[in-house]
Write a protein that binds this ligand. Sequence first.
Ligand SMILES: Cc1cc2nc3c(=O)[nH]c(=O)nc-3n(C[C@H](O)[C@H](O)[C@H](O)COP(=O)(O)OP(=O)(O)OC[C@H]3O[C@@H](n4cnc5c(N)ncnc54)[C@H](O)[C@@H]3O)c2cc1C
Length: 637
Amino acid sequence: MASLPSASHGLHSADKFCTLTFDYLVIGGGNAGLPIAARLSENPDVIVGVLEAGTVVEDPVIDVPRNVGAAIGRPEFDYCLSTEPQLTASQRNIALARGKMLGGSTGINYTVWDRASSAEYDTLGRLLDPADQHEWCWDSLLPYLTKVEDASSISEAGDTFPGFSRSEEDVFRSGVPFEKSVGMKGAVKTSYNSLWADVTQPYIQGWNTLGVPTNANPYGGNKSGVYNLRRAIDIEKGKRVHASVAYFKPASHRKNLKVLLGAQAARLIFDTSASHEDIQVTGVEFIVDGKTFVANARKEVILSAGTVQTPQILELSGIGNAKFLEAHNIECIVDLPSVGENVTEHVFIPTQYLAKEGTKTFDEFRNNPQFLAEQTALYEATGRGWLAAADANACFNSIETVSRINGNDTLKSAISALKEQIALETKNGTLSRVHQAQFDIQLELLEKKQTATLETFHMSKGIVAVEPGQSYLALFSGIQHPFSRGSIHTRFTDPLKPSIHDSLNPPILDPKLLSNNFDVALLLAGYRLMEKLVNTEPMKKIVQHQTLPPIILSKDEHVEAFIRQAAQPGLHIMGSAIMASRELGGVVDARLKVYGTRNLRIVDASIIPVPLACHVQATIYAIAEKAADMIIADKSV
Ligand SMILES: Cc1cc2nc3c(=O)[nH]c(=O)nc-3n(C[C@H](O)[C@H](O)[C@H](O)COP(=O)(O)OP(=O)(O)OC[C@H]3O[C@@H](n4cnc5c(N)ncnc54)[C@H](O)[C@@H]3O)c2cc1C
């Protein structure tokens, strides 16, 4: 692992950093923080500072596409967080990876590049006051979704399965046309694989056999169907593109952009003498190598520490639920009861199958040392070959499609039970107004055909208990609009004490996975869907037999038990500081400003008010680009 030298790359020492008064101070150099810092520093008349707890990482574990997933659980790249025991998921403490580096979670994620449906983006503003709702919708976000990406290495999605013969009726095009929905000049280079494991074709054809069409442009607002996904990979270099590569590197020469690494933001500093009703943030107290420093901000502080750390920093600064703060002896500066609440996470259930002899999968790297050596040499010489490839196919299905394929009304009765439960809790007064509003939106989305309820993707390799010389494939089915709601709160009261690098000291991370029975019913449907898929003729050509779970589970109650024991987070955790009206329980307004403050914004996955059916990095980049424009417009810099 190599850390870049400091001064020559816009990186700075803590002492020097603190001599400056920044116009804008960004906390967290990740998926959202770096695009904001890069955009704001385009104006040479403002000084922008970034406090990042991680460091610059240049390492094959991060950069080489074949290694996706390998950084998870390694403390040099991952905060290695763990949840509280999940009572409805077999009491497990479940690992929850978050990227610890300049680039944040974009440095350790699976590189998948997609979007939610237009109907979902249209709900982003729905919890705001009516006058503000137009600010956040598909039409207002699409220009930013295209602005962030460079897809110039690809042509229309129809060309992306070389050698595949597909009939016209297997492919559909809808929504915004390809050329208007896909960006060609943005900061993040994206691409399709140029090589495919033997699982890809049967996987696509298997879905087609089940009547699920191939979607030629899932980026145009219609999410449903099976498709090949782009990844944040620079195909020319054969390397991952994370936020530091896309946004920091090109801006690192700017004299007005200063990045401090290894700096843990502890709390916000306020000017308490001001007469204004809303408080003014003047700086950030932070820790480097155990020493405390203060950085000053003249105009704004932008909090982009991610869904897990953002609520902790707010609470340690006295912004949060007054009762919680009082109980923890933290002086309450702004009472915002929703800080750290409304947390949602996608949840996936895995299955694994032994592949028939001769099926080429990524297990080849494990089984064939000569192949590994040849491909390593090829990759080192050209950036091409199997080390530059990774799986990237997914199928997104609506409730209607899932029910049609599964051939039963189980989900219909699960939806009725869900509605009854919501009605009862509303009547009893046990359902908060914000949850009512969120659930109304989610129930609406369940009815929409173009919006996915379940994602099912595959991995062309074994994931558990693999035997030498054998090849496998794994399928994962995951809920996209969970009804379970969890929370994230600070464990500590002294902001200067805890180190976020100490994995034993995480915030109280309690996503309450599977606490709503409807989520379990959906995963059960997802499990049955995977069974249907592996039993299609195209899939039967490559699948020998199931190895996870080790026996066929015919009874629903046995599948439910497996779900509670084996379900895993999708690592798209969102919603700990939602954008909603203050009356409803919002933390930020339509301009992402924290209520009760004059100059504090939150820009990261924590503001997403209703879970989105996608892998979230592209959306977070787009939110950050939009936020940068808002900040510039509001201050007329
Ligand atoms: C293993 C994994 C796989 C994933 N796969 C995909 C995928 O394939 N496709 C996809 O779209 N999404 C994927 N995701 C999700 C996606 O990458 C994240 O949800 C998203 O990047 C989070 O963005 P963020 O800005 O909210 O936080 P981050 O990008 O995590 O940024 C937060 C930054 O703040 C820093 N920070 C935190 N606390 C402090 C502090 N106190 N002081 C200073 N700095 C601090 C962190 O070090 C980090 O750099 C995956 C995530 C993970 C972890």
